[in-house]
Every structure is written in C-alpha cells, then in structure tokens.
Design a protein around this ligand. Structure first.
Ligand SMILES: [Zn+2]
Length: 480
C-alpha cells in the first residue's frame, strides 16, 4: 500500500528500475539470437549431456568417448593417446598433431569425484537437470564446465584454420584421473606423448572470479590465475623402541608414547611465515584497490606478514598460502590386548610446501623438532619441485581476454595450495595457467565436490567468450 508521496516516488523509481532491467535482459537475449547456440551447439545442452555420463575417477572412458565423438563430428583432428576404462586420454586439434606446429593446449579433466549420498541432492547427481538457469550435477563445475567452454571456443576456429595457416595449433586435451593425482592422465601425457603434443602453453583448471574481495569495490570480481602451486610431501614417523610388554608398569619410552609425543611436537611447532613471490605479486596487484591499513599491509607484506603471525596462523586459508603446513592424516599401532604395549606405532603427515621451500631444509627442521623422541622419519612420497609459470606473454593474453569480457575485473597471479594437473607441464618447463573463467558465488564454490554442484548457463557463455578472445589474441599476436 502506498501511504505517502515520497513512498510513491520510491515505488515509481523501483518500478522503472525493474522495467529497465527487464528490457535490458530481453535485449541481451535477443542479441544472442538463434536459441543461445555457439557454432550451432547449445552449451547448456552439451554440458547437461556430458554430466549425464558418470565419470567417477577410474571409469572415464564413456564420458571421454562422448566428448571425443563430439570433437570428431565437428571437424577436429582427434588423437586418442590411451584407451582404457580408467585411463582415457585424447587431444582434439585444429590441425593434425603430425604437422608439429607449436600447440596451445586447453586442458580439462574428464573424471569427477563420487556423488556421495543421492539423498543430499536436489536433482539426481547424474541427471544433468537444467533448471533455474543452471546445469545441475556432479562435475557440472569441476571440470565439465571448463571442458565445454574450451571445446566450444575451439570449434569457432575450425573454419579459420582451414582458410588460413594459423601460427599455432590449438588442442583440447581431455585427461583422466585428475582427482586421484593425475597418474592415469596428465602424467602419462607428459611422460610419453609430450613431443607429439608439442605444447607451447597450457591453460587448465585453477582459480575462478570471486567478488567481495576488494574493500573499495566489493562487486568487482577478482580472477586469480594459477601460476604456481605448493608441493606435496607425505611423511611417516615411526617408533619401534624396545619396551616392556605389559601396560601395568609404563616405561619412560614406548612406541605409542613416542609417536604421540613427536606428533604433538610437530603439530604444535610454530610455522614460519614465508611470503612467496607469487603471493607478494598478487597482493601488490590487489593493493591498488585498497586504502589505509589494508593497503599498507598488502604493499609491505614482507614486513607486516610476520608481525601478524598469530592472525595468519589461525586462519587456515591464509596460513595455507603463507606457511608450509603439516596435517596428521593417520595414526596407528600394532593391535594387541588393551593391557599390551604395542611393539610399534606410526603416524603419517601430509605436508604441503611452498614452491621455494628446500626439501632438505624442511626435513632438517622436522628432524630437529622430533629429536627428543625415539622415532625415525620416512619420506613416503615427495612431489618434485615445480617451477612457477612466468607472467609473460601467455599470462597477459589471458589477462586481456578476461578484461575483454569482464571489463572491470581485477586479474592477479595466484598460488594454488592443492595440486592439479598443471604441475606436470610446469615440471617439463611448459608454462601452465590455471583458471575457470567464470564469476563464482561462494555458494557455487561450496558445491564443488559436495551436493548440488551446478553451473550457471550465463557463466558458460561468458567463459566461452573469454576463451575465444584468448585464442584470437594469441593467433593474432603469436609472440614469436
Ligand atoms: Zn578439477
């Protein structure tokens, strides 16, 4: 009910605003035309069909063949590298790989994590339901949306490649097993097929655009392009110290006690704050949009970082960017009666090291911490050091293409704290940049690896636009 003239004015203003919005949205839909298709394909429809083929790690083949067949039918040159139920890997390219052209790789992984309890989902996890402007289902974001963006962008260059000799080849690289460490996919490609693929740069998965990060422009999306990542080290500490077997007369040292004490010492140790060059560059880029104390801290993080040590260490996300982290992931001992001292005990730690951490120095640090206890240290697995991809030509091309679609966006280099397939290429000296070119709400981000994973159709279109712009840019400015 309208009770006063000012209330009425407000009502009018709001109505006018709504009408303008409605008009604008009709206009946008009209401009897109031909039922929202890209090269005659409806991206939402393609993503829905792709999501409908379950491809939990270890059973990628059917979904992989679907995508491969789609590429074949649309005039791409397909090379299937490995064709096993749990290791299906292929490239679909503008030109045959035999031509040996320097190749721009758009990498996506076919596999998804399990759906979990179907009861937790609004729509069945492999239904690919299109509802509320989104495609729903396991893998809709991670990583099938990226694959759809990449392949539909690629298709827009098929005619051009036939008409003129482009400076680069361009391949979609679809791989298996990313979620389980990459051994069935990207590792095989980089170990056995690298020469054939001839990659000059890889654009794979990584950060997305998120809002609410910059205090002066909370609406502005910040895109973190992954250029570096931490390395993983699994460590075990074990004790077999000889002790009496009966629990009634506890000794000063026995295996379970030693392992628990040493574990506690490791978990209680204060991690050193280290500012990686990538983190420093990212903060510096963001600081332009900040004011006051926030800006000062971001500009001089080397100085302020250690001063705010306790705040940093208590924030898991920030701590993961600025420290080597240690998580206790398993603790076990020989099983016996409850009154029996076990003959051995063991604890396993998942350590994540910053790119510039020296492995030997880190191990020395661990040794010093556990020195008072009767334990041995074993490195179960340690991933090799991975170089940081420079923010050169191929990074700037990505930056510009994001700006061409999201004009006010902020683009910063970013360090990925988990591991993904990009590392295999970086280790071979090939720059790899990780980004899902979409603005993602916190709610959508949380659906990754969880219930109700879903991806907005509008974001799918914008992501295709980013990739088209990227490819255009690189083909026109090859940089060699
Ligand atoms: Zn993924």
């Amino acid at each position: 009910m309208i009770t006063s003239s000012s209330g009425f004015l407000h009502f009018l203003r709001k109505t006018a605003f709504l009408l303008i919005c409605l008009f604008l949205s009709v206009d946008v839909l009209g401009a897109r035309g031909s039922a929202d298709t890209v090269s005659g394909v409806d991206p939402a429809e393609l993503l829905s069909r792709y999501v409908q083929i379950p491809s939990v790690s270890g059973s990628e083949k059917e979904a992989g063949e679907f995508l491969m067949q789609f590429c074949l039918e649309h005039g791409l040159h397909v090379r299937v590298f490995t064709d096993d139920p749990d290791s299906y890997n292929f490239a679909a390219s503008l030109y045959p790989l035999e031509m040996g052209k320097p190749n721009i790789i758009l990498m996506t992984h076919i596999d998804v994590v399990p759906a979990g309890d179907p009861e937790g989902w609004t729509y069945p996890p492999f239904s690919g339901t299109i509802s509320d402007g989104k495609v729903w289902g396991r893998g809709a974001i991670d990583n099938k949306a990226l694959g759809v963006m990449q392949v539909l962008a690629l298709l827009q260059f098929v005619d051009m490649a036939a008409e003129e000799e482009l400076p680069y080849n361009l391949s979609l690289l679809a791989v298996s097993g990313e979620e389980t460490g990459g051994d069935k996919g990207a590792r095989i490609i980089t170990e056995r097929f690298l020469d054939e693929l001839n990659p000059i740069v890889v654009y794979g998965e990584g950060g997305a655009g998120i809002t609410g990060l910059v205090s002066t422009r909370p609406e502005t999306p910040v895109f973190g392009v992954g250029v570096a990542q931490k390395r993983r080290m699994f460590l075990a500490i074990e004790s077999r110290v000889a002790s009496s077997g009966h629990g009634s007369i506890p000794r000063e040292r026995y295996p379970t006690r030693e392992v628990v004490k040493a574990s506690a010492a490791l978990l209680n140790a204060t991690p050193t704050i280290t500012i990686s060059p990538t983190v420093r560059k990212g903060l510096l880029a963001l600081s332009k949009y900040e004011t006051g104390i926030r800006q000062r801290i971001m500009r001089r993080i080397d100085f302020y970082g250690p001063l705010f040590g306790s705040i940093i260490r208590n924030d898991p996300l920030i701590a993961s960017m600025l420290t080597n982290t240690i998580s206790l992931t398993s603790i076990s001992s020989a099983e016996g009666a409850y009154n029996q001292i076990p003959t051995h005990a063991r604890a396993v730690f998942d350590c994540r090291l910053l790119p510039e951490t020296d492995e030997d120095k880190f191990l020395d640090h661990i040794r010093r911490i556990v020195a008072p206890y009767d334990v041995t240290i074993e490195v179960i697995e340690s991933s090799p050091a991975t170089p940081v991809s420079e923010q050169g030509h191929y990074y700037r091309a990505m930056e510009e293409s994001i700006h061409s679609v999201f004009d006010d966006a902020i683009v910063v280099p970013f360090m990925f704290v988990a591991i993904n397939d990009n590392r295999f290429f970086r280790r071979k000296g090939i720059p790899a940049y990780g980004l899902l070119p979409a603005v993602m709400s916190e709610e959508l981000m949380e659906s990754i690896h969880y219930f109700d994973e879903r991806f907005p159709i509008e974001a799918l279109h914008k992501g295709i636009d980013v990739y088209v712009s990227l490819i255009n840019h690189l083909m026109k400015n090859p940089g060699f």
